[in-house]
Design a protein around this ligand. Structure first.
Ligand code: DGL
Length: 227
């Protein structure tokens, strides 16, 4: 079985992509809504939440686990090796594609992810000529959790996205990473405001990275578990 987790609805885009790529796979999605948002947590608390998510999915039978949350992915290197086996964070596969594609990259992400500078470090370790500008957009997490979706924005979400698009345009980037999986739920809205920027989605890239691994215990069934 494959386990996927996020703090809320963000990782559902990874879940849909994985279900599309592996229609026969047994997939369990965990949304840790009780402890959301992750993007405003301190390091130690975030690490213990991520370890707990992994342990719970393992206890439910997950052999491979997709960390469908960029914030959680930033701390995966601090998880003890024996607990991290079969755990796939989504920043590295995204950084590989970004570094091969562009040298002018912008990232929108949560406060924790931006402070960690993990996207910048990983992209620049692959291409030191790349310039990476990370922009904090954590408020978009609560807007998406409270229902903002492509084609379904209230006034506050419209205004927030207008201002965010302006900041992104100012960076001069030609490639934009949706460095928080929640943001992919409003990708059409951001793309319509930034028609010349190409976009990368760690949620879908991570799902494709997991789907390309040899898998064990495949069966039928999809489940969503939330608290
Ligand atoms: N979806 C998560 C991410 O990709 C973060 C949301 C949160 O702050 O809980 O970073």
């Amino acid at each position: 079985m494959i386990g996927i987790f996020d703090s809320g609805v963000g990782g559902l885009t990874a879940y849909s992509e994985l279900a599309r790529l592996l229609p026969r796979a047994d997939i369990l999605y965990l949304a840790d809504r009780k402890n959301a948002p992750y993007g405003t947590k301190e390091k130690d608390e975030l690490i213990s939440l991520v370890r707990r998510d992994i342990q719970r999915l393992r206890a439910l039978g997950a052999e491979k686990i997709l960390v469908a949350c960029c914030t959680a992915s930033t701390v995966c290197s601090f998880i003890p090796r024996e607990e991290a086996t079969g755990v796939i964070p989504i920043i590295l596969p995204t950084a590989r594609i970004a570094a091969a594609r562009s040298e002018k990259i912008a990232v929108i992400a949560t406060k924790y992810t931006v402070n960690s500078q993990e996207f910048t470090k990983q992209i620049r370790s692959l291409n030191e000529r790349a310039t990476v500008t990370e922009i904090e957009a954590g408020r978009l997490v609560s807007l998406v959790e409270s229902g903002a979706r492509d084609g379904r924005l209230d006034r506050a979400a419209e205004e927030y996205l207008d201002a965010l698009a302006e900041k992104i345009a100012k960076t001069g980037a030609d490639t934009l990473i949706f460095g928080c999986t929640h943001f992919t739920h409003v990708e059409g809205e951001l793309k319509s405001r930034l028609p010349h920027i190409s976009t990368l989605h760690p949620s879908r890239i991570g799902a494709a990275a997991l789907a390309s691994l040899p898998l064990v215990g495949m069966g039928r069934g999809k489940r969503i578990y939330t608290e």
